[in-house]
Design a binder for this molecule. Structure first.
Ligand code: E4P
Length: 215
């Protein structure tokens, strides 16, 4: 399973990359806006830290605008994946970008029919937002199950990128289902390491070791 970090914060990306397990980065306009930095410069910084797919989202919503932004973004670096919203003009652009060998991540996916459209258009990744579905009292993981099964039935190559992850159990469920990628905020990545029994056990091992050396 691939681990991406869902942030545009350079310090967080550096820290997560230092653990040696980071495969890529996803950003979105809200995350980029938080950093208050020029988008292109920010992407260039990220691309220096992580040698893997970096999702950069278009903000145009019409076909021509999406195509222009997508082509400009893709020119920045071979690792750029253009993130495109799941709307009619977006899906049309995904199909044409596929023909031009430009990688895409179709975002704001909340249903299985939407995921099917993205796969048929040739998206590299589909991003279903599990946390936002849970927020409205529906089951985000049920959607992941449906998409993974549908893609398997028809051997679609589009990778299922589980997004809007809020806690480690989302990651565990996504891994049990067999999703390809999980994109996680920094605080969730940090939580993956933690277990109270690990801390208690380590403290005991080290204090016993100290006793031996004191004898
Ligand atoms: C997906 O790529 C989005 O950037 C992200 O996962 C959205 O998460 P949120 O619902 O926590 O904002």
């Amino acid at each position: 399973m691939k681990f991406f970090i869902d942030t545009a914060n350079i310090a967080q990306i550096k820290e997560a990359a230092s653990y040696g397990l980071l495969d890529g980065v996803t950003t979105n306009p809200s995350l980029v806006a938080k950093e208050g930095m020029d988008f292109r410069k920010l992407l260039e910084e990220i691309l220096k830290i992580v040698d893997g797919p970096v999702s950069a989202e278009v903000v145009a919503t019409d076909y021509n605008g999406i195509m222009k932004e997508a082509i400009d973004l893709a020119k920045i670096h071979k690792n750029i994946v253009v993130k495109i919203p799941l709307i009619k003009d977006g899906i049309r652009a995904v199909k044409d970008l596929f023909e031009e060998d430009i990688k895409t991540n179709v975002t704001l996916c909340f249903s299985a029919p939407q995921a099917l459209l993205a796969a048929k258009a040739g998206a590299t990744y589909i991003s279903p937002f599990v946390g936002r579905i849970d927020d409205i009292s529906h089951n985000g993981m049920e959607l992941i199950k449906q998409i993974v099964q549908i893609y398997k039935n028809y051997n679609y190559k589009t990778q299922v990128l589980v997004a809007s992850i809020r806690h480690p159990l989302h990651l565990v469920d996504a891994a049990m289902i067999g999703a390809d990628v999980a994109t996680m905020p920094f605080d969730v990545i940090e939580k993956l390491f933690k277990h109270p029994l690990t801390d208690i056990g380590l403290e005991k091992f080290l204090s016993d070791w100290k006793k031996l050396n004191q004898k």
